[in-house]
Ligand binder design. Structure first.
Ligand code: NAP
Length: 507
């Protein structure tokens, strides 16, 4: 295993003083306690920030509501809103190298990945601009002497709460459609990874200023979720919340949203099955299974973390898989050959390690990994070796609970019914991968599994033009796609009378 020495993460000099947060377009110290964000590859402190407090949320929401109602924004034609989105996309491209380096420093992710996430964020703004400009407000079939049509209007203030695993791309997926829909946004990044969201806040604020639009349309409010996230969800001026994170948190938010009868979209956890049928192209499947679970060090909602292999192929496939997993290059995100970078935080690495200890107690065989890598180059970082487990029943906690780390659990299956039964025996329903040359079998299985997304002979590929979301405990609602930004609007039906004939009660 070759590991390059970590280079000093090229964190760009912050344009605002680093302890500032963005409250309704203004950079200022948050009213909450200071907190540190660290580089998980080295453990060093990247920045000491101040958290928002509930007074910051209150002010951000009050001024956001005013900005959302400002005719300069609310009455702005769609193609002018699209101009804003294009300008933000251009600004992201212009700062792509800095943003990727910042995200690698804050999350630990490999630079190859963060560069792709930056490009994806810019693409999201451009795609959403195109969807906005080409969306039609359709006439609906009329059943009388009137013309009927649907129009769409902004909700007002949207709360966007994100996890730490892909902050920039995740922020873009919420911010672009929310702005396209004509709203103001209160964005709450995760406490472990606030830096790139604040950097995005800077770019968006600049674009708003350049176009003469109200800067209070965006606030970026770091702080503890149970305090700041909760204050955003409960604020009476917030008309929709879009949340990505764990299922338990999503459930808490759903209760709070129910109190207000507020729409809520939830992108939650997963324990996605990857299926290898006996006739699969083994080379392709091996690469796909490894990429599906170990890229992003497994910290991905759609990680293919439960592997089902046809019993006839099981031993042979597992032996080859384990040999290849042992050869994956573990190292800092800044090294060009790193395949498995550190986890986001030492605390999270410890939680992943605790799951592998639990798997041992449950009777698992640890086929590879199962520990932090040894060596001075790993000593300070939040590293964990890619791990393959087997020998557990599908009902074991290790097979059922989301670990969110580089841990794959393998299980054999006997036939299609057995496979579908095991794959669906999970509270989650986010994604599924199928590796086979038999397109009819792929079709049947794809239609029978509980999953919002099914990949056939590929995995973890994303397109902003394809709707995404979960079934069961993996979420509510869909993001992306041509209709994505409509979920940030309210639909209104108009009836235009075309007849001079009086209504029945006319004198
Ligand atoms: P998390 O603990 O649920 O946190 C997500 C966000 O919610 C963070 O910003 C957090 O703030 C905030 N939060 C926590 N408690 C809150 C509360 N009571 N009210 C309002 N906000 C609150 O999840 P995580 O550990 O950061 O992220 C990992 C999870 O996200 C995994 O389950 C993963 O599968 C899921 N995920 C899903 C998708 C998808 O598209 N389906 C994509 C990515 C990740 P703080 O962290 O600052 O406290």
């Amino acid at each position: 295993m070759t590991v390059e020495q970590p280079v000093q993460a090229p964190v760009p000099a912050p344009e605002s003083t680093p302890d500032r947060i963005l409250v309704a377009g203004e950079w200022r110290r948050g009213g909450g306690d200071p907190f540190e964000t660290t580089d998980p590859a080295t453990g060093r402190t990247l920045a000491v920030l101040t958290a928002a407090d509930t007074a910051d949320v209150d002010e951000a929401a009050r001024r956001a509501a005013r900005a959302a109602a400002d005719p300069a924004w609310r009455a702005l034609p769609a193609h002018h809103r699209a101009r804003l989105l294009h300008r933000i996309a251009d600004a992201i491209d212009a700062r792509a190298a800095d943003l990727a380096a910042l995200q690698t420093a804050d999350t630990g992710k490999a630079l190859t990945e963060t560069r792709a996430l930056v490009a994806s964020a810019a693409g999201t703004f451009r795609y959403t601009a195109a969807a906005l400009e080409t969306a039609e407000e359709a006439l609906t079939p009329s059943r009388g002497p009137y013309v009927t049509m649907s129009v769409y209007e902004p909700i007002g203030v949207v709360g966007a709460i994100n996890p730490w695993n892909s902050p920039l791309a995740g922020d873009a997926q919420k911010l672009a459609p929310a702005l396209a829909g004509g709203n103001a946004v209160l964005l709450k990044p995760a406490e472990w990874t606030p830096l790139v969201s604040l950097a995005l806040g800077r770019l968006v604020t600049t674009a708003l200023t350049e176009l003469g639009l109200p800067t209070a349309l965006l606030s970026v409010l770091p702080g503890r979720g149970s305090l700041i996230g909760d204050a955003i969800v409960r604020d009476p001026r917030v008309g929709k919340v879009t949340f990505t994170g764990g299922t338990a948190t999503g459930r808490t938010l759903a209760h709070a949203a129910a109190e207000k009868l507020m729409p809520l979209s939830l992108e939650l956890g997963g324990k996605s099955p990857t299926v290898v049928l006996a006739d699969a192209d083994v080379e392709q499947a091996l690469a796909g299974v490894m990429f599906g679970v170990f890229s992003s060090s497994g910290q991905s909602c759609i990680a293919g973390s439960r592997l089902f292999v046809a019993r006839a192929l099981y031993d042979e496939f597992l032996a080859e898989l384990v040999a290849r997993v042992k050869a994956l290059r573990v190292g800092p995100g800044t090294a060009s050959d790193t395949q498995v970078a550190p986890l986001v935080h030492h605390e999270h690495r410890d939680s992943v390690a605790a799951y592998v200890d639990l798997a041992r107690e449950e009777g698992a065989r640890v086929l590879c990994g199962g520990a932090a890598p040894q060596g001075p180059e790993y000593a300070a970082g939040a590293y964990y070796l890619p791990t393959v487990l087997d020998g557990l029943p599908n009902s074991a906690r290790t097979c059922q609970e989301e670990i969110f780390g580089p841990v794959l659990v393998a299980l054999p299956f006997d036939d299609e019914d057995d496979l579908v039964r095991q794959a669906n025996a999970s509270v989650y329903g986010l994604a599924c991968g199928i590796w086979t040359r038999d397109h009819r079998a792929a079709w049947r299985i794809a239609r029978r599994v509980d999953a919002g997304t099914v990949w056939i002979n590929t995995y973890k590929q994303f397109s902003i033009s394809t709707p995404f979301g979960g079934m069961k405990d993996s979420g509510l609602g869909r993001e992306k796609g041509p209709a994505g930004f409509r979920s940030y609007q309210r639909q209104k039906s108009l009836y235009w009378g075309t007849s001079h004939a009086p209504l029945p009660w006319a004198h």
